[in-house]
Design a protein around this ligand. Structure first.
Ligand SMILES: Nc1ncnc2c1ncn2[C@@H]1O[C@H](COP(=O)(O)OP(=O)(O)O)[C@@H](O)[C@H]1O
Ligand SMILES: [Mg+2]
Length: 322
């Protein structure tokens, strides 16, 4: 899959980053220091923020592709096979001979409490040089994983130079103590997603202030997610808020990725900001109703069915944009 300058772009959303395998274990209690918690395997599911984002974009009707790196092990093969089965073009991904695919072990107790241990291996994210300009030219939106912010900025700059739009999803661990790098990334981004943890790091917990800071830094659209309270999106001209229906929450892993992918897919297909938010919140809500961050894709519920149950309304416009 490569792009020729000036040719129509074959992919709507190209996610560049990680694909993991998540092992869910139901434990009698969450293990702490000097403790053990022997439980039962509750499921093995595909994960990884970038893989989840690409799959959710497909769910929203967009053509999505993933450029990741996996090991030549069984989990790596499974990770790519499952994504392909969900309609994600994995041809830009690489398999590293002899490498181990990165994985997570998620402990779940009977209260719904969870704890995640990630094992980053030598294989997780493709090196920037492995992402060719031709590949970037083949996409309408490029979504680099915003884990290593300098890596993400370099890809965002190249994606924009190739004529693509850029979407990034900020997580607290990646942005803590790095506000200057976050504003630099926002300058090269069209869509910025931000959860409550990132809002705490970037704007002392004030979601509207966080959106103002990101837009002042150069982002075109900011979506702030709020867990069970849904999400709000902003541009300098309009603001919308949406909330999903009441549902039984099974597992919140990957909810933010699902929202970001479905919003991005809808937005690049030309749907309005409000309808893109509706699609995003619908997908985030669907995601938390299943164990595993992409299990909702197998549940047979179409996005439109669920989107009808999302409550959408205008929100106060941002005041403090510089
Ligand atoms: N406990 C929950 N109940 C209902 N919906 C949820 C819940 N947690 C997440 N969601 C849905 O998923 C979206 C993203 O979740 P959020 O927790 O804000 O992001 P992240 O997964 O990045 O921390 C929310 O906006 C909402 O639509
Ligand atoms: Mg998230």
């Amino acid at each position: 899959m490569t792009g020729v300058p000036g040719a129509p772009r074959a992919v709507d959303v190209l996610a560049v980053g990680d694909a993991s395998v998540d092992y869910f274990v139901r434990v009698p209690h969450i293990a702490t220091a000097d403790d053990k918690a022997i439980g039962r395997l509750a499921g093995v599911h595909g994960g990884g923020m970038s893989a989840n984002l690409a799959a959710a974009a497909t769910f929203a009707g967009a053509r999505a592709a993933l450029a990741t790196a996996v090991g030549s092990d069984e989990p790596g093969r499974q990770a790519l096979d499952r994504l392909a089965a969900h309609g994600v073009d994995v041809s830009p991904s690489v398999t590293v001979p002899g490498g181990h695919t990165w994985f997570c072990v998620i402990q779940l107790d009977h209260t719904g409490e969870k704890s995640l241990v990630g094992a980053v291996t030598e294989v997780k994210i493709p090196a920037a040089e492995q992402i060719s300009d031709d590949l970037l030219r083949s996409a309408r939106v490029v979504a680099p994983l915003a884990d290593d912010l300098d890596w993400a900025i370099s890809l965002a700059v190249r994606a924009r130079a190739s004529g693509a739009k850029v979407a990034v999803d900020l997580e607290p661990g990646a942005v803590a103590g790095r506000r200057d790098r976050v504003w630099a990334l926002a300058r090269h981004s069209d869509l910025v997603f931000c959860n409550q943890g990132a809002v705490r790091e970037l704007a002392d917990g004030d979601p509207a202030r966080c959106a103002e800071l990101l837009i002042s830094a150069g982002a075109r659209v900011v979506v702030v997610t709020g867990g069970r309270n849904g999400a709000t999106c902003h541009t300098p001209q309009e603001s919308w808020t949406a909330r999903g229906p009441e549902i039984e929450v099974v597992d919140t892993t990957g909810a933010g990725d699902a929202l970001a992918g479905a919003f991005t897919g809808s937005w690049i297909l030309g749907r309005s900001l409000a309808e893109s938010l509706r699609a995003g919140v619908a997908t985030g809500s669907l995601c938390v109703g299943h164990l595993g961050s992409r299990a909702y894709l197998d549940a047979g519920t179409g996005i439109d069915t669920y989107a009808r149950n999302v409550t959408l309304g205008a929100a106060p416009r941002l005041q403090g944009i510089r």
